[in-house]
Write a protein that binds this ligand. Structure first.
Ligand code: ISC
Length: 357
């Protein structure tokens, strides 16, 4: 299959409302493909219901009727065999799910609302996000953009997916939520962002603190499962034009049948939500002003008997018929300033904006 044929096949599968994901793991060359042509994908009500399951998981930030937890159980893993005529159906979704335009003035007000409980000490950390909707140009091809992203971001998890329930999403994530096989598993704390022009990246107290909070949280969650991780970091990694602080946790998992329970304990980490966990999760739902849907959820292949690679859904966009909505957020502490956090989200939005040409 030529490059052009691959783009056309992927675009046609989206048009036909198919249920598939194509993804490229960091450091790998060839993308992997997972499509379910038979029955519908499985919809689950709770992350813990992933125990004992396998397939391609698409989990939202918060499970709701409009953003269910989806499990694609692939019966076709070769893009060349994806029969683009397998259904006679057309993508039925209209553009009603278009996100409201978010303006800098809106972000400024919401920033203040988020900043207040941080200043009083009621909250320790809150991740504030926003979205930007742009017009989808006629020549835009999700398939071509996916392959462009795989070239541009070799160290990230790059994916394109479509299901009737989620619509179409494309992203390039630097953050592992949980990965492993057999007895060897890992997760990471990824928090702290710089956008260096060149040379050595230096980290200020705010970024180091942000990273420390996520690291402590992950360690606490793993320890509550009697897991004793080996910890490495924090160290600097590059994600496109951005640099982040990362700490690795490696551990052995005695019971692979309880991965859903572990995922429920980890998600959402304070890298995308905040601390204290429950309070921050509710605060975001009440005050952020829009539904994150699958942004800051997690996705990837779950297969306890072979290999699991689940990533946090960052640096992503939702693809509508006539629009593209890009998402980005940043971790706020009491020491945060509006100017810096706005700038950080602008830089993060460029990850997807730069492949939409
Ligand atoms: C929430 C996002 O990034 C998270 C991951 C890495 C660094 C982050 C930060 O420094 O704020 C965020 O926690 C996003 O990219 O939308």
């Amino acid at each position: 299959m030529s490059g052009e044929e691959k783009y056309l096949t992927l675009d046609a599968l989206i048009e036909q409302d198919a249920c598939f994901a194509i993804y490229r793991l960091p450091g790998e060359q060839a993308p992997r493909f997972a499509m379910q042509t038979g029955e519908n994908a499985l919809l689950l009500n709770d992350v813990e219901e992933l125990n004992g399951q396998h397939g391609f998981v698409i989990a939202p930030f918060r499970i709701t009727a409009s953003s269910p937890l989806i499990l694609i159980r692939p019966d076709c893993t070769d893009l060349c065999e994806a029969n683009t005529n397998f259904r006679n159906k057309k993508w039925g979704k209209t553009d009603t799910e278009l996100q409201k335009k978010s303006k800098k003035s809106d972000y400024s007000l919401i920033f203040q609302r988020f900043h207040e409980p941080l200043l009083t000490g009621e909250m320790e950390k809150l991740v504030l996000s926003r979205n930007r909707t742009m017009e989808r140009e006629e020549a835009f091809s999700p398939g071509r953009s996916f392959f462009r992203a795989t070239e541009k971001y070799p160290h990230s998890f790059v994916y394109l997916l479509h299901t009737p329930q989620s619509g179409t999403w494309l992203g390039s994530s630097p953050e592992i939520l949980l990965a492993g096989s057999g007895n060897e598993w890992k997760t990471v704390a990824l928090a702290g962002t710089r956008y260096p022009n060149s040379g050595k990246v230096s980290w200020d107290d705010k970024n180091l603190r942000e990273q420390h909070l996520v690291t402590s949280y992950i360690l606490k969650q793993l320890t509550s499962f009697q897991l004793a991780p080996e910890i490495n970091g924090p160290y600097t990694i590059k994600a496109g034009a951005l640099a982040h602080l990362r700490t690795d946790f490696s551990f052995s998992l005695p019971d692979n049948r309880k991965i859903g329970t572990l995922l429920k304990a980890l998600h959402p980490t304070p890298a995308v939500s905040g601390l204290p966990k429950e309070k921050a999760f509710e605060f975001i739902a009440d005050h952020e002003g829009y539904d994150r849907s699958y942004y800051t959820g997690f996705l990837g292949i779950l297969d306890p008997s072979a290999e699991t690679n689940l990533y946090v859904n960052l640096r992503c966009m939702q693809i509508g018929r006539s629009w593209l909505t890009l998402f980005a957020g940043s971790g706020l502490l009491a020491s945060s300033t509006f100017r810096d956090e706005w700038k950080e989200t602008e830089q993060k939005l460029k990850t997807m904006a730069s492949i939409v040409k």
